[in-house]
Write a protein that binds this ligand. Structure first.
Ligand SMILES: [Zn+2]
Length: 414
């Protein structure tokens, strides 16, 4: 009896096969991070391979390094596959030390790590189908955000701070100098719990939350580098956030755990949003304006197999300048669906999509606005070679480029 939902055609031997969700994959460097979609599958993995596991440990991701992967394996982030037998049988899975219980500092997300350099060539099969998504409580085309209806005017000055959190995203938006919105609350997948706690202290998040000065937090999509910091908040800190908006496609066990913690603490102040229906199978991925108050515009994506392209995007606009915080959405989506809502005569600033990695072709981004300002790259140590030189060079012809790994926290004034 399997509780989780994989297609029977794909998982033919549920006793023996271990389906996993691909969180991060870097072919060039043989680096792979997977998670389980259900707690039961992690438990099966642990039992089957007689691994050490502490009761109550919520960590579920597996980090595999030095992976010799065959050219015929086409792994896609955000899809599900069966773990190849060789990895299961020949791999020596090392349990991650318990947090605060070891001289080594531990990861808040990894349960086991594997150095796969000794295993010759690994072949993954085809992607398998999973349909067990979180049930949204919000599906409409207009999102009611009490904060947005509270008299923000186009005259108000806006300030964006892009925090230096390694390869991840954490942005803060201030209205008239008060912290009002946190858009994405992530950090590098490599950070340990001690490093996350250090960031909470450095940026005085505990104090800020207790002051109730964050009426709105938006998590663009459920990729760990966009929500990792939530693992460091206590229940009472979460309770002090006015409202959290997030998407329903929380697929990994880690994301589901976070989402249920949010639900427990926020109740109806958590809005779980589903992507818009696609008009037809052929139609392109759109971003729809779902909430706005003059200077602040919120967009949500259409259903897609890529969570990068179907999340929440934020647009900001004052009398003099505008900005887009696109998370990992593609340039073409921003150009087509967000630009028409912004005044062309303003100075345009942006956080660069997908940490200046792959976000499709740039076409009108360089020339649409009368003037361009800053293009901020939120980037840190990573194996993908972000920021891509070719994109950075292209952007630098029109924007002044700033990088968090060089300058630390970066402020944009609008
Ligand atoms: Zn990302």
């Amino acid at each position: 009896m399997e509780k989780y939902i994989y297609d029977k055609k794909d998982v033919t031997d549920p006793q023996d096969q271990i389906p996993v969700y691909i969180e991060k994959f870097d072919r060039m460097n043989g680096y792979l991070v997977v998670d389980f979609s259900e707690q039961e599958i992690l438990q099966k993995f642990i039992k089957r391979y007689d691994l050490q596991y502490a009761n109550g440990d919520k960590r579920s991701m597996l980090e595999i390094s030095n992976l010799n992967i065959s050219n015929t394996s086409h792994l896609r982030e955000g899809s599900h596959y069966l773990l190849p037998k060789e990895l299961l049988e020949e791999g020596k899975w090392m349990p991650e030390p318990l947090i605060n219980n070891d001289i080594r500092d531990a990861s808040p997300i990894f349960a086991y790590r594997l150095n796969a350099s000794q295993i010759p060539s690994i072949t993954f099969g085809k992607a398998i189908r999973y349909t067990g998504y979180y049930k949204p409580n919000y599906t409409g085309v207009h999102i009611s955000i009490p904060f947005l209806s509270q008299g923000i005017s186009i005259d108000d000055k806006l300030k964006i701070i892009v925090r230096n959190v390694g390869q991840g995203n954490w942005n803060e938006i201030y209205i008239k100098d008060n912290k009002k919105i946190i858009y994405d609350f992530g950090a590098s997948i490599r950070y340990t719990q001690t490093q996350l706690d250090g960031l909470i202290r450095k940026y005085k998040i505990d104090k800020i939350l207790y002051d109730n000065s964050v009426p709105l937090m938006i998590i663009s999509h459920w990729d760990i580098d966009h929500y990792m910091m939530l693992l460091s908040l206590s229940d009472s800190q979460i309770k002090s956030i006015g409202m959290i908006l997030c998407m329903d496609k929380a697929i990994s066990q880690t994301a589901k755990n976070v989402l249920s913690t949010l639900q427990k603490n926020l109740g109806t102040r958590l809005s779980i949003i589903s992507a818009s229906e696609r008009e037809s199978r052929r139609s392109s991925l759109k971003l729809h304006l779902v909430g706005s108050n003059k200077g602040i515009l919120l967009f949500k994506g259409t259903q897609s197999s890529s969570i990068n392209k179907s999340g929440l995007v934020l647009g900001l606009q004052t009398k003099e300048a505008c900005a887009v915080l696109p998370a990992d959405h593609h340039y073409s989506q921003i150009e087509k669906d967000v630009f028409p809502h912004l005044n062309k005569n303003l100075t345009y600033n942006m956080v660069v999509p997908h940490h200046c990695g792959n976000a499709g072709r740039i076409s009108s981004t360089l020339t649409h606005f009368r003037k361009n300002g800053a293009a901020v790259i939120s980037v840190g140590k990573n194996s993908y070679h972000h920021p891509f030189k070719i994109i950075k060079n292209q952007l630098s012809t029109a924007f002044s480029i700033q990088q968090t790994n060089i300058s630390g926290d970066i402020t944009i004034m609008l």
